[in-house]
Design a protein around this ligand. Structure first.
Ligand code: NAP
Length: 529
């Protein structure tokens, strides 16, 4: 009975390295790896050992006879990959041995961030060094974009956090969250306390479209909207409580984030009510009036950025019509579908409109339409909400070099570079902050391995020595004096347990706290017990 990889695959390739017959592709290094679509098991080579299922951090691999109803098509999808890519061969022909480098217990290393890239970096450091590792995050809760970005209706994907949690409770790891680097503590202070610092701070800022009306109420960034429905503290609902008008939202961009937002806006409320979506969003979406989402792709459908797995997730929503409209017909003439006002309230519909870009957000007090150029022709689409989902930028940190044009931290193979372009020994970067906002969760595993390899090479070459930093205890005392509550591993567990307990009576995985003060109150209650 062969195994099959399903929608929740995070492509971190943990399965690839444990497969005894190398039958999972694409592997890191093969074309196609690093996009966020799934990996595939070769049914002709799989020996049904189950090692891949055990290693999968998101529980995405099942024996073919135990596939759930939604996952049944994946048996064919896995097999088709090998028919479509006959050059890919299963079976082992090479084993890579890593050089041994000694990084002893005198090394103090800080990892800033608790998202996937930081989590994988901690895992790699725990596995490959004897260093002490201090994990820092600005929020009390760990997870970065897994908590703040992954859609609430994709719970399997969040399973990756369980693996990182095992690392945070490791005896060589100190957790110090609720500490913001750049405001509560400076990079120079981190340099003084740690022999090396790895910044895995992600990319949480939206890119702007630069069109008139972009700042009107009702126009927002996917980053804000996603943070709002995922209960990120301090994020208000990024659009007004609009009266029922057009019942339509326009989303710019056709990446996976755009599809996530569209799915959440159009999902029946009963579907969302079983997830860990923020209570504030659940309450609002229960009375919201969006019946149609129009996604604007500036290129053709063949060039859309979303992955097939995410498109299939849309198809799984009951009662949702999916319309794909190329902006030009077969003769190359513009073709603009009609968008009546309001959208049909008895239906839920998603329209992919290609060869189309927004020209302006229209309205006086708030957005009431979006002017769109489709294959050179301008037309207005009535809409209550305009969401730009065109990518992310990192937020600069004072005291660290920043590439403003690229929106990320300049680096070479994960070594942060200074104004002269030279690597700054002891400062490293990982994940979206390093390479920009591309790739799914699993891409960060390979990325983190590269950054940690650079750190080990620096130790090996004598560019980095241990025992210089003041250390973790001194650091926690310093920041404790500034922020009051530094949250340790026990604190993380208390927040987690409390959220899970809040969700249990409603049959939800958890009910997330929406305020930092509530998270901290939970850790204090935990300390008193
Ligand atoms: P993305 O995949 O890079 O998509 C960005 C979209 O914005 C593209 O359609 C792009 O069009 C469009 N765009 C960019 N600039 C534009 C402009 N000035 N005007 C109009 N359109 C513009 O980014 P994302 O959706 O933010 O996702 C970020 C990463 O996270 C991706 O790698 C994604 O796969 C991953 N992710 C994965 C999942 C999942 O696996 N479930 C979920 C969420 C995110 P062009 O293609 O024409 O440039």
């Amino acid at each position: 009975m062969v195994h099959v990889i399903t929608q929740a695959c995070c492509s971190d390739a943990s399965c690839v390295s444990v497969c005894p017959v190398n039958c999972i592709h694409p592997t890191p290094g093969e074309p196609g790896f690093g996009g966020s679509d799934i990996l595939h098991i070769d049914p002709d080579t799989c020996i049904d050992c189950g090692a891949c299922a055990d290693a999968c951090p998101v529980n995405a691999i099942f024996p073919i006879d135990r596939l759930g109803i939604d996952d049944l098509p994946y048996a064919q999808i896995n097999a088709d990959f090998y028919t479509d890519n006959p050059h890919i061969k299963s079976g082992w022909d090479a084993v890579e041995y890593r050089p041994a480098v000694t990084v002893g217990p005198e090394f103090q290393i800080a990892v800033v961030g608790t998202g996937p890239s930081a989590g994988y970096a901690v895992r790699e450091l725990v596995a490959r060094t004897d260093a002490h590792i201090t994990v820092i995050d600005r929020l009390p809760t760990p997870g970065g974009l897994v908590r703040a970005g992954v859609a609430p209706d994709h719970p399997g994907t969040k399973g990756v956090l369980a693996g990182f949690d095992l690392m945070y409770r490791h005896p060589r790891v100190t957790v110090a969250t609720n500490v913001a680097v750049g405001t509560d503590v400076t990079p120079a202070e981190l340099d003084a306390h740690f022999d090396a610092v790895i910044y895995g701070v992600g990319a949480s800022q939206a890119r702007a479209l630069g069109i008139p009306g972009e700042d009107l109420p009702g126009s927002t960034a996917a980053t804000e909207l996603v943070a709002w429905y995922n209960a990120v503290p301090g994020v208000e609902r990024p659009f007004p409580d609009a009266p029922a008008r057009s019942r339509r939202a326009v989303i710019v961009g056709t990446g996976n984030v755009a599809l996530d937002v569209a799915r959440i806006l159009l999902s029946p409320i009963e579907r969302l009510a079983t997830t860990d979506i923020a209570d504030r969003a659940l309450e609002y979406l229960a009375r919201q009036n969006v019946h149609e989402v129009v996604l604007l792709g500036r290129r053709s459908s063949a060039e859309a950025a979303f992955t097939a797995a995410e498109f299939r997730a849309l198809q799984a929503i009951e009662g949702l019509d999916i319309v794909v409209a190329e902006g030009v017909d077969g003769d190359g003439n513009p073709r603009v579908p009609a968008f009546p006002t309001p959208a049909d309230p008895d239906r839920r519909r998603i329209v992919f409109l290609y060869q189309s870009s927004p020209v302006a957000a229209l309205g006086t007090d708030a957005v009431d339409a979006v002017r769109v150029r489709t294959a050179g022709v301008d037309h207005d689409i009535p809409a209550d909400l305009l969401v730009r989902s065109i990518g992310y930028r990192s937020v600069p940190i004072e005291g660290l070099e920043f590439d403003d044009a690229a929106g990320r931290f300049p680096n070479r193979a994960g070594r942060l570079t200074g104004p002269d372009g030279a690597a700054q020994p002891g400062r490293y970067v990982v994940g979206w902050a390093k390479r920009g906002p591309s790739g799914g969760i699993g891409t960060n595993r390979i990325d983190a391995e590269e950054t940690v390899r650079s750190l080990l090479e620096d130790v090996s070459a004598g560019r980095l020595t241990g025992g210089r930093g003041l250390g973790s205890d001194t650091f926690v005392t310093l920041v404790g004096g500034r922020v009051g509550d530094v949250v340790d591993y026990r604190g993380l567990r208390w927040i987690d347990r409390t959220e899970v307990a809040r969700g249990a009576p409603q049959g939800r995985p958890r009910v997330k706290f929406e305020r930092v003060s509530d998270m901290l109150a939970s850790t204090r209650r935990g300390r008193r017990r």
